[in-house]
Design a protein around this ligand. Structure first.
Ligand code: HEC
Length: 138
């Protein structure tokens, strides 16, 4: 009887875990931020305004600093995407690495005040959006 009860508990736990795992795409395990909020509040605005701004090279240090901030925030979001049990699979992990490496490459070009190089490196950032959305954005 005890053994049976143990089996039932284990099976129950397995079914709870398997039902709750798909939700990790939409939100982490413990923190409040949803993936939708991360995208609409941080990733999209920083990516959109960075892409727009890179079309014309900044004319002063303040302009370059603003670009560096956008690239660094995108880089940081690649870590949030992997934290708190949010990552469901290899495609997600691959896209997060693309975002991390792409934004770091853009930042390096911005620090060198190389606008053309930054625009070229920015392709790595936008490739990451496509990789992840193809697999995980319904
Ligand atoms: C590792 C995965 C991943 C990466 C990388 C990623 N996204 Fe997303 N994105 C998602 C998921 C998942 C959703 C759907 C979230 C939902 O609706 O619950 C989403 C939704 C969005 C949305 C819709 C938000 C809304 O309000 O409904 C926008 C805009 C967006 N992403 C922009 C971007 C841009 C721009 C990039 C690249 C710089 C990017 N995303 C990279 C996973 C990713």
């Amino acid at each position: 009887m005890r053994k049976l009860l143990g089996m039932v508990l284990v099976l129950g736990l397995i079914s709870v875990l398997s039902v709750s795992s798909p939700a990790q795409v939409k939100k982490g395990k413990t923190r409040v931020l949803t993936t939708k909020q991360l995208m609409s509040g941080l990733v999209k605005p920083q990516c959109g305004s960075l892409g727009e701004a890179l079309k014309t090279a900044p004319t002063d240090d303040k302009g370059w600093e603003e670009l560096a901030t956008k690239a660094a925030l995108l880089n940081e979001s690649s870590y949030t995407l992997m934290d708190d049990g949010r990552c469901p699979d290899g495609e997600w992990a691959k896209a997060s690495t693309q975002l991390r490496e792409g934004s770091a490459a853009v930042l390096a070009k911005i620090e060198a005040k190389d606008a053309a190089g930054a625009l070229e490196a920015f392709k790595g950032v936008t490739a990451s959006c496509a990789t992840c959305h193809k697999a995980h954005k319904k």
